[in-house]
Design a protein around this ligand. Sequence first.
Ligand SMILES: *Cc1c(COP(=O)(O)O)cnc(C)c1O
Length: 389
Amino acid sequence: MRDELLTLTHGGEHQKDYLNAVTPPVFLNSLHIFDSMEDYLDHDETGAYVYGRVSNPTVHILEEKVAALEKGSMAVAFASGMAAFSAAVLAVCGTGSHIICLRNVYGPVKQVLNDYFIPQMGMTVSYWDGRSLDELEGLIRDNTALMVLESPATLVFSVFDIEGTARIARAHGVKTYIDNSYCTPLYQKPLTLGIDIVMHTMSKYIGGHSDIIGGILAVRDEELGKTLADHIRQWFGGILGPMEAWLAIRGLRTLDLRVERHQKTAMAVAAYLENHPKVEEVYYTGLPSHPQADLIRKQQTGHTGLMSFRLKAGPEAAMRLVDELKIFEIGCSWGGFESLAIVPLARAGEEELKLLGLGEKGRGLIRIHCGLEGTEALLADLEQALEKI
Ligand SMILES: *Cc1c(COP(=O)(O)O)cnc(C)c1O
């Protein structure tokens, strides 16, 4: 933990390179110039910065920090989490590749698979419910290139066996990608469990202040990292902007403090909701009653501020409850300082509800993010809204 705190606060920073400024500057330059043509032509060997679509010193500091936190050899930052996801697919898959996707991953990921990579790139996708490793192995085909994973899943907070899944994938030469945004690099380290590519959307806890869009991939295999950075990111042009990188660096300095507080508040909120007579079910990995509590203890060292719950009264009451909340604002994101609430599947199609394994009851799922306004204020807000239902 001590090393992690040093990485969060000082990692990747070399003050001597920027006039001993205690925080690094935002390198807002598109270009780096050279003393001689010789130097310019040698830039590949010397590793000199050349052009902002390729790399940027501020972005690089962020990448060094995240690579160290995830125990990877390299991290590659993108303009959004979705740009990072797409880069991972483009780096690993080709036309006609088969992808195995966990069924309850982030919705837009399934959308880009179903509406772009399948029809436009001739790929195929099989969905896995995350439960049986035998079933997962049965889904693997000769042309399976990638597994797309997320644990915990940020709607229903189910987890899957990360180490077991990575072992099966490796045995079949299949690469694995996991969205680790919920846990942050502090509470789960998928690369150490055998996963190939870890993704964080930085608009969530890494940024932490709801003021940036960004994504980052961390890998152990340097060849794969170079493909992501020097081919996919450079060619498709999706690098993170330097100002966003600077804000993410600032976010990381307090990541440990923030997630600790998010967790503490969310634990109290989850326990309160679980004991409330109007609540049917609470989905939170920190609850001892979670059906996968043993597996969670094995692979996660903490929990953060996001959870879902359902009322006994159903979907219509769920919408009313969210409208009644005063501190929890209505919004789809999470991971910032602010508390948020949403009924994410209120208008979901039957297919989607079935795919998520929830059925009709999924329509009443309320997802809340416990922000930094304090446990007492959030409990009181929930109390007053629940009273009105
Ligand atoms: C927000 C989110 C993303 C997408 O990240 P962007 O930076 O918005 O592209 C991916 N995964 C999860 C779990 C998210 O919540």
